[in-house]
Write a protein that binds this ligand. Structure first.
Ligand code: ATP
Ligand code: MG
Length: 586
C-alpha cells in the first residue's frame, strides 16, 4: 500500500501508439482507482469515452482500488495501452534503485573472518578495531592508549555483554563519524575535509606527522613517500570496511562514541541489525539515521539497564579527544572462547602488533633476560591493554607489551644470530627481511614450536625424536607484516638464495631448517580487505626483476646475497650448534 504523501508519484507512458515522453502523475490525495484514472485522463488529455488500460511494466492490470493498492509503489513506471497484451509502440525507460541490501554491512563480518588451520578469527576482528585506534593515535604527542574492554555480564537471561575498544586518538567530527558508517568509503576516495582540530602539523620525537597527500598506493603511484623502519607507519586504515566488518562479526549493535580535539561536543552514532530491520519494515531509508551530539558525560539517553554503556560515558569527562567503539548484543559463540582461552588469544594480538609494541628490533629485552632497560623509542608510547571484566570477579588486565611468549618473542628469544636483507620490487615496493638462526643445542633443536598448530597426538617418545625434518619441520620460513602489522594467514616458504642446495654441501642440510624469518612490506603491496592475506606478495617477490641485498648495520651490501647467506649460515652452524655425540655404547 502507498501512503498519500505529497511527493508520491508514478511515471506513466502512453504506449498505445507513438513514442511520447513519460508523464509524472502525483498521487497526493488519490486513494481510489477511479480518481487515479481520472487524473490520468486529465494529464494525458484523454477524452471521456476513450478506452485504455493501465498496466505495470510486468503487464499486471491496475483496474480497481484493490489492484491499485496492491501493485503501486512510489516511483513506479506504468503504461497506458489498448489492451494488456499489446506490443509496446516504442521502448520505455524504467527508473530503478539498487542500493545494496543492509546485509552488505551486517553479514560482511560473518563471512569475512574465516578460521584457518584451527585458529578462531575473533582476535583478528579485534585487530581491525585496534588498527583504527593505532591510526587514530599516530599523531598523539604523548601516550597512545588503546584498551580492549570485555565485559561479561551473565546476571540476566541472555546476558548484557559488551565489548569495546577505547582510544585517546584524534577522534572524529560528526562528518567523519558519518563517513565511518559508509561501507567502502576509504580515505582515498573520501573528500579531503580537513580536520579543524589541532595536532596536525606539529612534529614531535614520538610521532612525526606525515603530511604527504594521500595517494592510493594500489593505483600505481610511484613515489617512495614516507618510509619508516619495518614500515611501522600506523597507516593501517585502507579500505573503509574493517571497522564495520569487525563490529558485525562481534555482535549486532554498535555505538560509536567520539570526540575530536578542540570540540566541546561528543558525537554518537548507533548502527544495528535490529534498526536496519525496523527501517526496512517501516519502508524508511535504510542507510540513514541520526548522530546524537551531546556534552561529555551525558548519559540521559541511556536506560539504567545499560549500566556498562553508562559507565563508559561517565569516563568521558575531562578527556581531550577519544573514540569508543561499543559493541553489544555480542554473538554468544564468542563468549566461551574469550573466557576459556584468555591465556591464548591476547598472545595472538601481541603477535600481530609485536613490532608496534616493541619497536623495529622486536622484543629483544626478553632475549636479554629483560635486564636491559628499553630504549626510549616511539613504540614505548603505544599501550595496548586488554581488560576482562566478569561480574563478581576480579578484573584481569593484560598489557600486550608484557606478554613474553607470543610467537615473535619466542623467535627472537630463541635465536642465536640474524641476517637482514632488503628486497626491491618494481622500484617502490620495499620489503625488509630478517632471518634468524635457532641452533641445535646438545640434545635438541631450539626452533620454537608453532603455538597455532593444532595439537598433535603424541604417540610415543621415539617418534618425536626421529622426525625426518626437525626444527622448522614443513612450516614456511617467513611470516609477513604489512605496514608493521602481521597479516596472519600469509606465509612465504623460502627464496632461492636461502633454500637448501640440491647436492650435499659443506653445511649440513638440517641447518637450512633452523632458520625462521619475517618479511616487512610497505604499502605498495596489497592485502585482502579482511587483512588476513596478502594478494600477491609471493609472486611479486619471486619475480625475476626483484632484487635482493644483504643489509649490515643499515647499509645495503653490494655482494651477491646467496654467497652472503651461505657464509652466514656456515658461520652460525660452526659457532652455535652444539651437538653431543654418544659413542661406544653396546
Ligand atoms: P580498513 O578497511 O582498512 O579498516 P578504514 O579503517 O578506513 O579501512 P573502518 O575501519 O571501517 O575503515 O573505519 C572507517 C573510518 O572511520 C576510518 O578511516 C577512520 O577515518 C574512522 N575511524 C574508525 N575508527 C576510528 C577511531 N578509533 N578513531 C578515529 N577515527 C576512526
Ligand atoms: Mg579500519
Amino acid at each position: 500500500a502507498m501512503d498519500a504523501e505529497e511527493e508520491t508519484s508514478v511515471f506513466v507512458y502512453d504506449r498505445r501508439e507513438g513514442d511520447y515522453p513519460e508523464r509524472k502523475i502525483q498521487l497526493g490525495g488519490v486513494f481510489k482507482f477511479e480518481s487515479f484514472k481520472a487524473r490520468i485522463r486529465e494529464v494525458f488529455k484523454l477524452k471521456d469515452d476513450e478506452e485504455f488500460v493501465v498496466v505495470t511494466t510486468n503487464r499486471e492490470e491496475i483496474k480497481d482500488t484493490k489492484t491499485y493498492d496492491k501493485l503501486l509503489e512510489d516511483g513506479d513506471t506504468l503504461y497506458i495501452l489498448n489492451n494488456v497484451d499489446q506490443e509496446l509502440a516504442a521502448p520505455t525507460q524504467e527508473r530503478i534503485d539498487y542500493l545494496p541490501h543492509y546485509d552488505t554491512l551486517v553479514k560482511s563480518g560473518m563471512y569475512e573472518y574465516y578460521a584457518s588451520e584451527g585458529q578462531n578469527p575473533l582476535p583478528y576482528a579485534f585487530a581491525e578495531l585496534i588498527d583504527n585506534a593505532l591510526a587514530a593515535t599516530a599523531d598523539n604527542v604523548g601516550d597512545r592508549n588503546i584498551e580492549l574492554r570485555i565485559i561479561l555480564d551473565d546476571r540476566i537471561e541472555g546476558g548484557k555483554h559488551c565489548i569495546c575498544v577505547l582510544d585517546n586518538g584524534h577522534g572524529m567530527t560528526s562528518k567523519d563519524l558519518n563517513d565511518w558508517a559508509v561501507y567502502r568509503l576509504s580515505k582515498f576516495n573520501r573528500k579531503d575535509r580537513r580536520r579543524s582540530t589541532g595536532g596536525a602539523g606539529q612534529s614531535t620525537p614520538q610521532a612525526t606527522v606525515d603530511t604527504r597527500t594521500r595517494v592510493d598506493p594500489a593505483a600505481g603511484d610511484s613515489d617512495l613517500g614516507f618510509w619508516r623502519p619495518r614500515s611501522l607507519n600506523s597507516e593501517i586504515s585502507y579500505f573503509g570496511v574493517g571497522g564495520k566488518q569487525a563490529v558485525f562479526f562481534i555482535g549486532t549493535t554498535t555505538r560509536m562514541i567520539t570526540k575530536p580535539k578542540n570540540s566541546k561536543d561528543v558525537h554518537e552514532l548507533v548502527i544495528s541489525q535490529e534498526d536496519f530491520e525496523k527501517k526496512e519494515k517501516n519502508k524508511e531509508k535504510i542507510y540513514s539515521g541520526y548522530i546524537r551530539n551531546r556534552k561529555p558525560g551525558d548519559t540521559s539517553h541511556i536506560s539504567s539497564e545499560e549500566e556498562h554503556i553508562r559507565k563508559i560515558i561517565t569516563e568521558e569527562t575531562g578527556r581531550e579527544s577519544f573514540t569508543a567503539v561499543v559493541v553489544t548484543n555480542v554473538n554468544t559463540v564468542h563468549l566461551k572462547f574469550l573466557k576459556d582461552y584468555m591465556k591464548y588469544w591476547p598472545k595472538q594480538l601481541s603477535h600481530i602488533y609485536h613490532y608496534y609494541l616493541h619497536g623495529p628490533q622486536g622484543n629483544i629485552a626478553a632475549a636479554e633476560g629483560g635486564r636491559k632497560p628499553r630504549c626510549d623509542s616511539p613504540s614505548q608510547h603505544i599501550h595496548i591493554q586488554i581488560k576482562l571484566i566478569q561480574m563478581g570477579r576480579k578484573e584481569k588486565i593484560v598489557d600486550l607489551r608484557d606478554l613474553q611468549d607470543d610467537m615473535q618473542t619466542q623467535y627472537i628469544q630463541k635465536s642465536a644470530d640474524s641476517f637482514e636483507f632488503k628486497a626491491t620490487v618494481e622500484g617502490t615496493g620495499i620489503v625488509e627481511g630478517i632471518l634468524r638462526y635457532h641452533p641445535f643445542l646438545y640434545d635438541r633443536e631450539t626452533y620454537p614450536p608453532d603455538m597455532y598448530a593444532p595439537p598433535v597426538v603424541e604417540e610415543d617418545e621415539e617418534d618425536l625424536v626421529s622426525t625426518d625434518r626437525p626444527a622448522r619441520g614443513k612450516r614456511p620460513i617467513f611470516e609477513c607484516y604489512w605496514n608493521g602489522r602481521l597479516i596472519p594467514y600469509t606465509f612465504v616458504d623460502d627464496f632461492e638464495w636461502c633454500s637448501p642446495p640440491k647436492k650435499r654441501g659443506v653445511i649440513p642440510m638440517e641447518c637450512y631448517n633452523r632458520i625462521s624469518g619475517c618479511l616487512f612490506t610497505n604499502d605498495k603491496f596489497q592485502v585482502s580487505t579482511n587483512k588476513l592475506t596478502f594478494m600477491d606478495l609471493e609472486v611479486r617477490l619471486k619475480d625475476k626483476n626483484t632484487t635482493y641485498s644483504m643489509v649490515k648495520q643499515g647499509q645495503e651490501q653490494r655482494a651477491k646475497i646467496d654467497r652472503q647467506f651461505f657464509e652466514w649460515l656456515k658461520d652460525c652452524h660452526e659457532k652455535y650448534d652444539k651437538q653431543v655425540k654418544f659413542c661406544g655404547f653396546g
